[in-house]
Write a protein that binds this ligand. Structure first.
Ligand code: NAD
Length: 446
């Protein structure tokens, strides 16, 4: 099939590369000139394991092309995917300006009937707005065609995006037009060889399902963090509790990890957008508001714990941070807990030494003054990072931080103090090595 994907971000680029991998002819349209030019040379501007290889392979065999021009991408397309960003607007609702700009452009430029699909996460009713905008444009130009707009929300996870796309838990197709649905079913058939994972429903239900999934997952994390706060007071280890409840099949083992808060480009903004959707319908959403509030508070937890440890005295304090990306396997820093910690530490006057396998360049771009003044030193070695530190903070649980040489770490630090924002370390082992250890919702040891 001939596919056009609009937007070459985490979702658009992965989708384009994976559709090409299945033998489709794909044009990915990206309006950022620099990004499009780099992609056309086979340079992938974001970190996602396996993506660069796929992009290069299909650029070389001609199944994947990049273009700045929408006309170019849609000229022959059977299916057009909209995969542009839907960031939080000022009031927390989803900012649909990129999606609606694309819809307007499609109305002005499409010359033939095709299926348009929103892959971006969009509130209920957006598909109808996109269809209206495109069809109004087509009618103005006197073309006797009408476009059906389907919804195909994306569930890939950064860090394992290729695998998630190639072997999805499910593919949701929200489509009210039988011919379009038949085409989309064909497109996704190779992604479900082992068992049928297509879930078909109306456009509005598909749009809502994406928000519902993210709200559900975010709720589990915030509930676990709330329980962790109580555990810490009651001298109970939340990690024991996690194992205790995870074995209950009704609860399950996934997404019940206490930590320093969720970040990323989806959970925070999607929970906020759902709260706004409820408000727009005259409803309150107290559970979702609490999920969001707990997360905002949780992201402050590491700094508050350090502040208590140093008695609020920051003069000459050096803090080492392991992990900056919002989660392992990505360079994405959007709404990352590390940013809340960095802001607070720099405002308090601490000297910060931070390390991340792939996200340091983006941190340097965001904190140019702190880097230039030497108050923020970035390194790619976990050991250089801890030199002379008064405390080490684990924020993102990259594999390379899971089993470090703690004797070496201790010898390099000024004080052996470890704040574990993801509860990945063995508290007793660390305290036996002489560390003062503090985890989320765990008794203090050392
Ligand atoms: P992103 O910001 O990484 O990428 C969006 C890209 O679209 C950018 O490169 C931007 O330049 C480009 N773009 C914007 N307007 C354009 C236009 N008119 N023409 C061509 N290109 C244009 O965003 P993302 O993380 O890929 O997310 C895209 C959507 O998918 C969002 O709605 C998001 O909520 C959703 N989503 C994201 C993830 C994720 O893990 N990142 C997962 C599932 C769903």
């Amino acid at each position: 099939m001939r596919i056009c994907v609009i937007g070459a971000g985490y979702v658009g680029l992965v989708s384009a590369a994976c559709f090409a991998e299945m033998g489709n002819q794909v044009v990915c349209v990206e309006r950022d000139t620099l990004r499009a030019a780099r992609l056309a040379r086979g340079e992938v501007p974001l970190y996602e394991p396996g993506l660069e290889t796929l992009v290069r392979t299909h650029l070389a065999n001609g199944q994947l092309r990049f273009s700045l021009r929408l006309e170019d991408g849609i000229a022959q397309a059977d299916i057009v995917f909209i995969a542009v960003g839907t960031p939080s607007g000022e009031d927390g609702s989803a900012d649909l300006s990129h999606v609606l700009d694309v819809a307007h452009e499609l109305g002005a430029r499409l010359r033939h009937a095709c299926v348009v699909v929103t892959k971006s996460t969009v509130p209920v009713g957006t598909g109808e707005r996109v269809a209206q905008s495109i069809n109004a444009g087509l009618a103005r130009r006197g073309l006797g065609i009408r476009i059906a707009v389907a919804s195909n929300p994306e569930f890939l996870k950064e860090g394992s995006a290729i695998d998630d796309f190639m072997r999805p838990d499910r593919v949701i197709l929200g489509c009210d037009d039988p011919d379009s649905l038949a085409l989309l079913r064909r497109l996704y058939a190779p992604f479900q060889r082992n068992h049928e994972r297509l879930l078909c429903m109306g456009v509005r239900a598909a749009e809502f399902s994406k928000y519902a999934a993210n709200a559900f997952l975010a709720s589990r994390i915030s509930l676990m963090n709330e329980l962790a706060a109580l555990c810490a007071r009651l001298d109970v280890d939340i990690e024991d509790v996690r194992r205790g409840i995870g074995s209950d099949r009704r609860i399950g083992r996934h997404f019940i990890y206490a930590g320093c808060g969720y970040g990323g480009s989806c959970f925070p903004k999607d929970v906020r957008a759902l709260i706004r959707s409820a408000e727009q319908q005259g409803l309150d959403a107290p559970i979702l508001r609490a999920v969001e509030a707990r997360n905002v508070e949780q992201k402050r937890w590491l700094f508050e714990a350090l502040q208590a440890h140093f008695d609020g005295y920051w003069q000459g304090r050096r803090v080492a941070i392991w992990g900056l990306a919002f989660k392992p396997g990505t360079d994405d820093l959007r709404e990352a807990p590390s940013l809340v910690l960095l802001d607070a530490l720099l405002a308090a006057g601490a000297q910060v030494q931070a390390c991340d396998p792939v996200a340091t360049a983006e941190v340097a771009r965001r904190y140019p003054e702190a880097v230039a003044s030497g108050r923020l030193c970035l390194s790619e070695s976990p050991y250089t990072c801890v030199e002379g530190a008064d405390a080490l903070v684990l924020v993102t649980e990259w594999k390379q931080f899971r089993q470090p040489d703690f004797l070496r770490v201790r010898s390099l630090m000024r004080m052996p103090v470890l704040f574990d924002g993801r509860n990945i370390y063995d508290a007793r082992e660390l305290s036996a090595l002489g560390f003062l250890y503090r985890g989320v919702g765990r008794p203090m040891t050392g």
